[in-house]
Design a binder for this molecule. Structure first.
Ligand code: ADP
Ligand code: ZN
Length: 599
């Protein structure tokens, strides 16, 4: 049997395994079942690709997205691996040819959609082939609680009964333990080994700010200052907002495209193809976009609307920086977002218990948004993965000052009470700061004892205070969706003066932002910048000729190494990470040519 280390070097061009890869690969090669939980970008694919190449027979890979199978197959073929896909998007003739190759043992990896795999006809075919393993990618799709549930995945349990001798490896980046348990139960993996990697994504810089004025202008400044020409994803809650934001960004000169389930199918796949095949497209999308997108050089994920939970936030932001280079998770949010999400939960037809769970999940997310601690710590603790302050999030880079907000909280809470627990933050702030507005006078709120008792703070400061009181669970945003605020049970102690409240000081954080908002360093010397650009241009030409996305030729990490180390010949080039035998032979000369121009 071939040696996994040798395959890693020769085929993939990497020096050593990462984290638990070697252990997982060894276990599967020995015929064991496994559940692999690893964050996005952790290197899950090698965990089944290498065993499939080492063990005799075919590795069958179950993958939920037909549209992306072809990319994975192209990437493997570029490495000189005999790979194929089987799905309904291919002609009958192509499918027959692949099945013939399978029987002849002329292929090492076959990607197949679950509904196809589990047909009786196909399973019978498989019995006539030699099989190396089954890999179940995006295994969280078996979970009915999750948002990516795919009923076809439930049938995969039958693989175990039908092919008891063939090892199965299930992989996912979804971190929470209920999903984990469900995967094991539904796929009958009780006897398999579990490999759980830490969930930290150290190269992602987490930042959250309050919406101030126009959120899309905040986004535009972020894009212009920090990510000109970079590929990224902007998430929005609704289809309308997606269309609107994408059109507006285009007007501002950003190469933005929309993606949501309401778009015509061909438009959707064209937009996805442009995002994958070109270098700097910004995809504005609903959460319908993202699963299975393994574009490694997504440099930022921006949220203009709040995600529904920390799990969703982690998964969506996780699409940034798979290649390990610096990337941003950037979000702005406001009180209206909270009201809208609460309302969506209420309007949904989920049972009461599920609605309560969804409200709690949103509470945790708000806690994350308003935290004064390291954001990464809060995220990882949520997944049961504690760590030290990270030094790469906004609160670490610019520690948040806090102040004794007990009195401010009391004023805000009593103002909510005196006005009848039905007004939104805007009106409450008018009352607190003693605004001479018609609405205040008409309602007689200028006669209240809380009128003008909060002049020590400006409107922005009050907005921040109200947001924090909501996040701390002292105020509830009404779920009819008008944004009205009401007291909760837990505010009694604060009103009675039995409990002190510490609040973050948001004003004056502008300067702070400048430190956490510098453009993430790719670590490239300015002198090598031109060479790097030329290498990328060369890559784009080759990618177009081959009809594959640029990163399938070489990743940015590999091009950065070329720019830095400037190899003279093929021997030196082969030493760089990400250059295996097949790619060296195919593209080595072309890239060396570019490098020589810069000597
Ligand atoms: P995942 O599926 O877990 O999100 P991938 O399998 O796509 O991650 O791997 C992420 C990136 O890391 C890919 O670009 C892959 O080529 C690279 N990679 C994986 N394993 C190694 C390794 N041992 N050494 C160097 N790079 C690796
Ligand atoms: Zn931090």
């Amino acid at each position: 049997m071939p040696d996994p280390n040798e395959i890693l070097r020769r085929v993939f061009g990497y020096d050593r395994f990462r984290g638990a890869q070697a252990e997982i690969i060894g276990h599967v090669i020995d015929g064991g079942d496994a559940l692999v939980l690893m964050p996005t970008g952790g290197g899950k694919s090698l965990c089944y690709q290498i065993p499939a190449l080492c063990r005799p027979g075919i590795g069958i890979v179950v993958s939920p997205l037909i549209a992306l199978m072809q990319d994975q197959v192209s990437a493997l073929r570029q490495l000189g691996v005999r790979a194929a896909a089987l799905n309904s998007s291919q002609s009958y003739g192509q499918q027959l040819e692949t099945e013939r190759q399978m029987r002849a043992g002329a292929v090492d990896l076959v990607y197949v959609a679950p509904e196809r795999l589990m047909t009786d006809a196909f399973l019978t075919q498989l019995e006539r082939c030699q099989l190396a393993l089954f890999a179940i990618d995006e295994a969280h799709c078996v979970s009915q609680w999750g948002h990516d549930f795919r009923p076809e995945y439930l049938q995969l349990a039958a693989l175990h009964t039908r092919f008891p001798e063939i090892p199965r490896i299930a992989l996912t980046a979804t971190a929470d333990s209920p999903t984990r348990r469900e995967i094991i139960e539904k796929l009958k993996l009780e006897n398999g080994r579990r490999f759980v990697a830490g969930f930290d994504r150290p190269n992602i810089r987490y930042r959250v700010a309050a919406k101030a004025g126009s959120a899309r202008n905040q986004l535009l400044s972020f894009l212009k200052a920090e990510h000109p020409g970079d590929a990224g994803i902007v998430y929005r809650l609704s289809r309308n907002k997606v269309d609107e934001t994408a059109a507006w960004l285009r007007d501002q000169g950003i190469d933005a495209l929309p993606y949501h389930a309401g778009l015509d199918k061909t438009v959707r796949s064209e937009n996805q193809a442009r995002f994958l095949n070109e270098d700097g497209v910004v995809m504005v999308a609903t959460i319908a976009f993202g699963m299975g997108i393994d574009k490694p050089d997504v440099r930022f994920v921006a949220h203009l609307d709040l995600p529904k939970s920390i799990e969703a936030y982690y998964q969506e932001t996780g699409r940034a920086g798979r290649d390990g280079l610096p990337a941003d998770a950037w979000m702005v949010y406001g009180m209206q977002d909270v009201a809208r999400l609460r309302q969506m939960v209420e309007d949904g037809d989920a049972p009461e218990a599920k609605k309560r769970l969804e409200h709690r999940k949103l509470d945790s997310l708000l806690g994350y948004c308003e935290t004064t601690r390291c954001r990464r710590q809060v995220l990882l603790e949520y997944f049961g993965d504690a760590g030290l302050p990270c030094g790469n999030c906004d609160t670490c880079l610019e520690p948040v000052e806090s102040f004794d907000g007990t009195l401010a909280a009391q004023k805000a809470l009593s103002c909510v009470y005196r006005t009848g627990q039905r007004f939104g933050a805007g009106h409450l702030i008018d009352v607190l700061t003693g605004s001479d507005s018609e609405r205040v006078r008409n309602l007689g709120h200028d006669k209240l004892t809380t009128f003008a008792i909060g002049r020590e703070y400006g409107k922005d400061e009050w907005r921040s205070i109200f947001r924090q009181l909501v996040a701390a669970g002292l105020l509830r945003v009404d779920i009819e969706g008008h944004g009205g605020l009401a007291l909760t049970e837990s505010c009694r102690a604060v009103l009675r003066g039995e409990k002190a409240i510490s609040l973050r000081r948001d004003a004056g954080r502008k300067k702070a932002a400048s430190r956490s908002t510098r453009r993430p360093e790719t670590g490239i010397d300015p002198a090598d910048e031109e060479l790097f650009k030329a290498l990328r241009a060369e890559r784009l030409v080759i990618a177009r000729e081959n009809g594959v996305p640029p990163y399938v030729i070489f990743h940015d990490t590999t091009l950065l190494e070329m720019a830095r180390r400037k190899p003279l010949d093929e021997t030196q080039l082969a030493l760089l990470s990400g250059i295996g035998k097949a790619k060296l032979e195919r593209y080595g000369a072309a890239f060396l040519e570019v490098i020589r121009r810069f000597y």
